[in-house]
Design a protein around this ligand. Structure first.
Ligand code: SAH
Length: 347
């Protein structure tokens, strides 16, 4: 039996050290050191025999930097990380005025099938363990030498399709004995798995929930997001309202603008109307101009249509911002680097 130490909560680690006949306080020492990226073999406050005992029954495998791309425009760093089994995922390190933010992946690939997204083209390979999500933060901090204060779960994968590991990761990364990243500084983005949104509302985790909406009617949304056939727009928005009522946390909506599909003024009008009807004005819309992925055949919106869309929403009292594109010179949007790596392996 081999234990994944970095996926263990502090109480689990306490049980583990007690089972080795050690004092309980050791668990906290180990937890803190692990979350700083120190392997057990280097924990000098533990006796050598103890380090060896732990080393023999546990595994320690931080993601390894396989490729690192640094934007010359804004210093954004994009990582292709290799996991213990050779699978690759991506993380993006961004510098904002409010602190350094890491965008992390939650699965190897994705099975949600959104038509515009590079991450889902080859389906899902496997879920990430909590330690592999945490490992991205630890590895990026140690590579940049800078503290990460904010996390967005907007990389490869659907975090709510890997629910238990995601929730465990959120508790681990916010633990005061570990990285201590405040839950209010963490955003989780989902394509809209309604039962999981309901479950998340009960977890008492004050994160920001972001919903990838991308359309204002079921026909358009089902055409670009297959998940909509299971959880249509009204069902999803009703769940958002309940989430807000339960948690008091304002919901953020992502809306990827795709030329000729969902970027016209009539659609913006309809979007404002459904948001007001179902969730009220307690929301924020993040407009994301499509990052073109060659395989999809979809195009980015014009500057003019982005402006018109945003103004239409704001004219109806809906708060909207256009996402700044960081790292545009390094293809920093999710899934594209891993995809490039896969193509390299195939050809
Ligand atoms: N599975 C989660 C996280 C995915 S990525 C989700 O669906 O929310 C984060 C955001 O980027 C999502 O809103 C996703 O729809 C969007 N996105 C994916 N590919 C994109 C692309 N090529 N251009 C613009 N936005 C994209």
């Amino acid at each position: 039996m081999s234990y994944d130490l970095l996926s263990m909560s502090l109480p689990e680690l306490e049980d583990f050290v007690l089972s080795l006949g050690e004092a309980k306080y050791r668990a906290k020492q180990i937890f803190t050191a692990l979350h700083r990226g120190v392997p057990v073999a280097d924990m000098s406050n533990l006796s050598r025999p103890l380090r060896e005992t732990i080393g023999a029954v546990t595994e320690w495998r931080l993601p390894r930097v396989k490729t690192r791309l640094v934007s010359e425009i804004d210093g954004t760093v994009k990582y292709l990380f290799e996991l213990f089994d050779g699978e690759c995922i991506e993380s993006v390190f961004m510098r904002y005025e409010h602190g350094n933010t890491l965008c992390i992946s939650s699965q190897v690939g994705c099975r949600m099938g959104c038509k515009f997204c590079a991450s889902t083209l080859a389906g899902r390979v496997r879920d990430l363990a909590p330690s592999e999500m945490l490992g991205q933060v630890i590895a990026a901090q140690s590579d940049t030498g800078e503290r990460i204060s904010n996390i967005v779960m907007m990389g490869i994968g659907e975090p709510l399709d890997n629910y238990d590991n995601t929730v465990k990761f959120l508790r681990l990364v916010s633990a005061p004995e570990g990285l201590n990243i405040g839950l209010r500084h963490i955003s989780l983005s989902t394509c809209g798995l309604v039962p999981k949104i309901e479950a998340l509302a009960q977890e008492d985790l004050p994160i920001t929930l972001s919903i990838s909406l991308h359309a204002s009617d079921n026909e358009t949304r089902s055409a670009i997001m297959p998940v909509n056939r299971s959880y249509p727009v009204e069902t999803l928005l009703a769940a958002c309202k309940r989430y807000f009522d339960k948690t008091g946390r304002r919901i953020s909506f992502e809306y990827t603008l795709i030329r000729g599909k969902n970027d016209d003024t009539a659609t913006a009008e309809r979007l404002a109307a459904i948001l007001k009807r179902h969730v009220g004005r307690i929301c924020h819309v993040n407009l994301i101009p499509l990052n073109e992925v060659s395989e999809t055949g979809l195009s980015a919106p014009t500057r003019e249509s982005i402006r018109r869309f945003r103004e239409t929403l704001e004219g109806h009292g809906i708060n909207a911002t256009v996402r700044r594109r960081l790292g545009s010179d390094i293809n920093a949007s999710c899934g594209q680097l891993r995809r490039g790596q896969m193509n390299k392996e195939i050809h």
